[in-house]
Design a protein around this ligand. Structure first.
Ligand code: OSB
Ligand code: MG
Length: 368
């Protein structure tokens, strides 16, 4: 394989409703899309880098810079046998996983299209239907939270995750547990607490949560290990796990019992699969996280979720939860049972709508 050219585009999409986490409130997204032309087919990827460095250090701007000035020079004129080699080719660049993940996933899509098979089969996926949960942002009132949860349960979603932060934690969880005694419920703090807050976090244990996601510092494995020893509820790590080595350290330290894998956070399919395989061998369940992706990133999350050890419902949901109009065809739909049927078409299995993508592009750069 050889990549003849890549096209970077920044698209802007307004969210159907604002999304609030402990690190900020979003009313829309700016995403960097990568289109890779390889031997007559094009593959698509999406960088999940945010507008600012608040979830992780990368931003749309840093991803653009790294793709143009460092990744493309490594890939230009380079022959490789398969997308599985990209991760090693990009190894001289330290970090910048979201930039790497965008191009790496695009090349996997291109390879699957060349072979005329679905991407999920190319990566070794084992299921053609994936279970789905939802991530619900911090709401201004408890009434709004309850009605949102009601609506998502009615749509079929199999587990509910709510975002929490200090002052908006015990009460929302208690309210939901009273109102919905039997649902699968979890919380995500996006690093809003510190270890001395542990007695407060321990109060959440009264509400039978499936897990508490990323309660402490974004790169603080040691404190999570301390906290996990004080809690019965499993800790799930998100932000902390940006490499295979961090995943191994987290497991060995006892810093978590579950891991959320995001393609962009770890740098693509190859590191995602490595972390997945490690977790499988250590009986650590994984699930696929989301980053408010457009249809392109969403399609990749669906493919990734077909790997065997993705045994818990992920944050992979219908296009319409976030977008009035998505950029792929068909849009992602969720069944009344709260599952997504994995598409059988080649590559990511959805067709990027180039006309619409061009229309909402704020900038574009072709590298060849
Ligand atoms: O921590 O999982 C997270 C969105 C943006 C940044 C971080 C996170 C999230 C979500 C949304 O929880 C998941 C989704 O795409 O539905
Ligand atoms: Mg999270």
């Amino acid at each position: 394989m050889k990549i003849q050219r890549i096209t970077l585009r920044e698209i802007r999409m307004p969210l159907v409703t604002p999304f609030e986490t402990s690190f900020g409130r979003l009313t829309g997204r700016r995403m960097l899309l990568v289109e890779a032309d390889a031997d007559g087919v094009s593959g698509w990827g999406e960088s999940v880098a945010g507008e600012g460095p608040f979830y992780a250090p990368e931003t749309v701007e840093t991803a653009w810079h790294i793709l143009r000035d460092f990744i493309w020079p490594l890939l230009k004129d380079r022959e490789f046998a398969s997308a599985s080699e990209l991760w090693e080719i990009l190894a001289p660049i330290r970090g910048h996983n979201m930039a790497k993940g965008a191009i790496e996933s695009a090349v996997w899509d291109a390879e699957a299209r060349q072979k005329n098979i679905p991407l999920w089969k190319l990566i070794g996926g084992v299921r053609n239907e994936i279970p789905c949960g939802v991530s619900i942002g911090i709401k201004p009132t408890l009434e709004e939270l309850v009605s949102t949860v009601e609506r998502e349960l009615a749509a079929g979603y199999q587990r509910i995750k709510i975002k929490i932060k200090p002052g908006k934690d015990i009460e929302p969880v208690e309210t939901l547990r009273q109102r919905f005694p039997r649902i699968r419920l979890m919380v995500d703090a996006n690093s809003a607490y510190r270890l001395p807050d542990w007695p407060h976090l321990k109060r959440l244990e009264a509400y039978y949560l499936m897990m508490i996601e990323q309660p402490l510092g974004w790169d603080d494995l040691y404190s999570h290990a301390e906290l996990q020893r004080k809690l019965e509820t499993p800790i799930c790590l998100d932000e902390c796990i940006h490499t295979l080595e961090h995943a191994r350290a987290a497991i060995e330290l006892g810093a978590c019992r579950i891991i959320n894998i995001k393609l962009g956070r770890v740098g693509g399919y190859t590191p995602s699969k490595q972390i997945h395989d490690l977790c499988k061998s250590r009986q650590i369940p994984v699930w696929c996280g989301g980053m408010l992706e457009s249809g392109i990133g969403r399609a990749h999350n669906i493919a990734l979720s077909t790997l065997e050890n993705f045994s818990l419902p992920g944050d992979v949901t219908a296009s319409r939860r976030y977008w009035t109009e998505d950029i792929i065809e068909p849009e992602v739909e969720v069944s009344p049972q709260g599952t997504i049927h994995v598409p059988a078409a080649p590559g990511i299995g959805y067709t990027p709508r180039l006309d619409r993508i061009e229309k909402i592009s704020a900038r574009k750069e072709i590298l060849s």
